[in-house]
Write a protein that binds this ligand. Sequence first.
Ligand SMILES: [Zn+2]
Length: 260
Amino acid sequence: MPVFKAEGVILRRQTIGEADRVLTLLTREHGKLRAAARGSRRVTSRLGGRLEPYTRARFLLARGRTLDVIAQVEVVDAFAGIRADLMRSAYAAYVAELADRFLPERDRHEDVFALVCATLGALDLAGEDEAELVTLRFALHLASALGYRPRAGECVGCGRPLPRGGGPGERWAFSPALGGALCPGCAGRNQEAVRTAPGVLAMVAHLLRAPSGQPIRLRIPREQRADLARLVQAHLEYRLEGRLRAPAVIERLRALPPPA
Ligand SMILES: [Zn+2]
């Protein structure tokens, strides 16, 4: 069987039968691909412990008839900080879901691979609120890389710039269908647009400019944080023409009382 090498991140892991797993990898060289890890659920497996979700590794793969097969794994980064924390894991799952659902198989996207790696690196060290911002920044950068960069700095209807200092009392909106912000005047004609404060749109503009992989030191009031998360989710779900699963899981986790 011909073999090939690829560096990749494990986006998803499914169990097949008694001992096998199928992994969805996002690789630098070949884009997204699915590969079988034979016998990886057995206790004695050499591969098993190294095939955790979100692990970044160098893979040696053999071309199979239906699925490629993983022959060797050399871990580059296991992101132990993500695995040790439930909230970080939930945000990593959001990142992985976005990459998995937006990218077609075998379509090379080296910039998205770099974005995913930088984001997992930032999540590995992040506190709860920062983990959310790191994830939303990833979602916005992914949308940009795929041609859906939202316009948040000015109204997409008339070009009016966002008011400085948040424009107290003004109600702006965000239209997933138009892919951008709407001023109070233009928002009235778009019933599907999500109403929001100009300050939230300013945060979207800020995250679009913020380099991925770097820490985010932003303090955001709780209400605006929830608004921001909903807005980003609405933008991506419109493009996906479907619902994302990870945000609901995160909402449930965040609603739990903190451990005593
Ligand atoms: Zn306008």
